[in-house]
Design a protein around this ligand. Sequence first.
Ligand SMILES: Nc1ncnc2c1ncn2[C@@H]1O[C@H](COP(=O)(O)OP(=O)(O)OP(=O)(O)O)[C@@H](O)[C@H]1O
Ligand SMILES: [Mg+2]
Length: 234
Amino acid sequence: MLKIENVSAGYGDLKVLYNVSLTVNDGEVVSLVGSNGAGKTTLLRILSGFVPITTGKIEYNGKDLCSIKTFNKINQGISHIPQGRGIFGTLTIYENLLTGTFSKKYRHLFNKNLDSSYKMFPKLYERRNQLAGSLSGGEQQMLAIARALMINPSLLMLDEPSLGLAPIIVKDMFNIIETVAKTGVSILLVEQNLKQALSIADRGYVLETGNIVMEGNAKELLADKNIKEAYLGI
Ligand SMILES: Nc1ncnc2c1ncn2[C@@H]1O[C@H](COP(=O)(O)OP(=O)(O)OP(=O)(O)O)[C@@H](O)[C@H]1O
Ligand SMILES: [Mg+2]
């Protein structure tokens, strides 16, 4: 579904990604893990069209993704939940969900998917008329996920969904992502929380200072001696 080949990119003179190659197959959960500043967010921003590439190519369902304008990416079924969630704090939960189907292509899905969102996240239903800015961090992340699902995406990209959440809520968050994955949507999950991210993934990639240094079956990566030492401190 998604094929990133030898992509390099950066900001002005700053090179951030070096010959990165990564694939996501239909229905797969792929985790991209790595520490602060490795370039994970930059890669997602490239996929959404906010950062241009300097070399390489990206195919999405056989199309050249880089030639599709950012505002049209959503119409290709790509949902991006940015780092920091990107919800509208001064709008209600209901209104935030309404923005999920802002694109004309998806407006007909609103009623049905609003129902499914509220079923999946009863807390959002209970607080549907409350301003989103008054929600806790975990609830805001649930809202960001619910909003991203409003278009029935083919590819869901999540950037650090566990960031800033209490450990018990982090566990809930990964359970939610697993539940979403079971609906068949392909997921590209970016995380610093390597252990949790790999434990729910099919495959994983490790990014270090802009280079993919390891990739493979997620369970095998988790069991890898080097990963244990470098990232899990065991
Ligand atoms: N808009 C920008 N302009 C200039 N440099 C940037 C910009 N955004 C990110 N960078 C730099 O690019 C590098 C990679 O940043 P990026 O946000 O992609 O990393 P990350 O892996 O997502 O890190 P984190 O885990 O902290 O979110 C960093 O050195 C960062 O300072
Ligand atoms: Mg980031």
